[in-house]
Write a protein that binds this ligand. Structure first.
Ligand code: HAM
Length: 423
């Protein structure tokens, strides 16, 4: 029989990797809380129309990458490919705007896109995201970019570049669209079949086509920055001034576009250059989506957000010494003493010492070998005679010393050895 395997592009996170995930999650939660963000948890599955209407009908995500199914022959549902659409849906569904003028949410969880799997590109991947709804910017845009840069730094991801661009708003877009179509038209025959269609329906999407010959054409496209109307220009200048004041290094990339239709004005991406990152070097993507709340049925409300790809961030993070799994083990010299080991282990845990007791009836030697493997600092050994004397052997596995201590003192002496309390 064929062995069962996980779905292609969907990964297990094994226990030895989990501490790094937890560190990222903890750092993100703690840092964003300092900025006043609160966490929201939305369903993994949403009505398909939510993503079609927000991400855009002619995007790669909606055209090719969504996991969509019909639920009992009635409703078309989709595994969320990103978190912004769900956040805005929840914002409207719970009338959050009526309670607070500016909403600041973070989220953390798996997203699903049926892309071609490669290193750093998966079909189930994790994002840590943030959305600020109700602030037109541009200063909050700079603060958000600065928060991402700080987050990366605090995880030791130092070799990054922040790229910023503006996609303009309603005053710029139609003008840019016309300029782009004029530029693309003569290339129509060489563009891929998708882009031939996109020229007519959504020419901006040609700019992020992944076909190399199309990407080469896109590089020669007119710069949107040169066509920004006065308000959009002032917004972009304000963003740059604020980033300069905060001292956040960035580079303006007038060709930066990202594959979601909802973006307006500020657009940014954080790219990594170090670690094990290969071609999938976008660690974070974000931007303003001033029209999305309205297009999903709300009143006009400006908004901006970003999402960090956790799987990629892990590839960019410096590797660390694996943390010891436990601080102490309790070993016994005979299998029937195992309940005594469980009792002492329980006392140690109550005192905050992470402890394992091997209750399988193994030889003392193999119990101590396991202590080594787990990275334990202390082994407490109980034998018949120790129990009769009311004592425990306390072994310092790093200092290679052994002392007999009275059983009632065992916990305090262990904590002292670990540096956590008085001897
Ligand atoms: P996005 O650029 O599609 O934006 O994704 C954000 C980040 O998710 C990427 O920079 C990347 O690190 C990670 N990512 C995307 N696809 C994959 C994949 N297949 N495998 C591994 N990692 C991946 C959004 O999703 C927007 N919702 C961000 C946003 C929030 N904009 C405004 N608010």
């Amino acid at each position: 029989m064929e062995p069962l395997r996980a779905v292609k592009g969907m990964n297990d996170v094994l226990p030895e990797e989990v501490p790094r995930w937890q560190r990222i999650e903890r750092t993100f939660r703690d840092l964003s809380a300092l900025y006043g963000f609160r966490e929201i948890r939305t369903p993994l599955v949403e009505p398909t129309t939510l993503f079609v209407r927000s991400i855009g009908e002619t995007t790669d995500i909606v055209e090719k990458e969504m996991y969509t199914f019909v639920d009992k022959g009635e409703h078309s549902l989709t595994l969320r490919p990103e978190g912004t659409a769900s956040a805005v849906r929840a914002y409207l569904e719970h009338a959050v705007h009526a309670r607070e003028p500016v909403t600041k949410w973070i989220y953390f969880g798996p997203m699903f896109r049926r892309e071609r799997p490669a290193k750093g590109r998966y079909r189930q991947f994790w994002q840590a995201g943030a959305e600020v709804i109700g602030d037109p910017g541009p200063y909050v845009d700079a603060e958000l970019i600065d928060m991402v840069a700080l987050f990366m730094r605090s995880l030791g991801v130092l070799d990054v570049e922040v790229l910023v661009n503006s996609l303009g708003g309603a005053e710029t877009r139609p003008r840019y669209r016309d300029a782009l179509v004029r530029y693309l038209e003569p290339h129509r025959d060489t563009l891929c079949a998708d882009c031939k269609r996109r020229i007519d329906h959504n020419p901006l999407r040609v700019l992020d086509c992944k076909v190399e010959s199309d990407a080469a054409i896109a590089r020669g496209a007119p710069s949107i920055l040169e066509l920004l109307g006065p308000d959009d220009r002032a917004h972009f200048d304000g963003l740059r001034r604020a980033l300069d004041t905060l001292g956040t290094p960035y580079r303006v990339d007038e060709h930066l576009v990202r594959g979601l239709d909802y973006y307006t004005r500020t657009l940014f991406e954080v790219r990594g250059r170090g670690g094990e990152l290969g071609a999938q070097n976008a660690l974070c993507g974000g931007g303003r989506y001033d029209g999305l709340v309205e297009s999903l049925g709300g009143s006009p409300t400006p908004a901006i957000g970003f999402a960090i790809g956790i799987d990629r961030l892990l590839l960019a993070m410096p590797s660390e010494e694996p943390a010891p799994r436990v601080e102490a083990i309790v070993a016994v010299t005979a299998p029937e003493l195992a309940p005594q080991a469980a009792l002492l282990a329980r006392e140690l845990r109550s005192a905050g010492v992470s402890t394992e007791a091997d209750l399988r009836g193994q030889s003392l030697k193999s119990q101590l070998r396991r202590a080594d493997k787990l990275g334990a600092r202390v082994a407490l050994v109980l034998g018949e005679s120790e129990i009769a004397r009311g004592a425990v052997q306390l072994k310092d596995l790093v200092g290679h010393t052994q002392t007999e201590v009275p059983r009632p003192d065992a916990v305090a002496k262990t904590r002292a050895l670990l540096g956590g309390g008085a001897p």
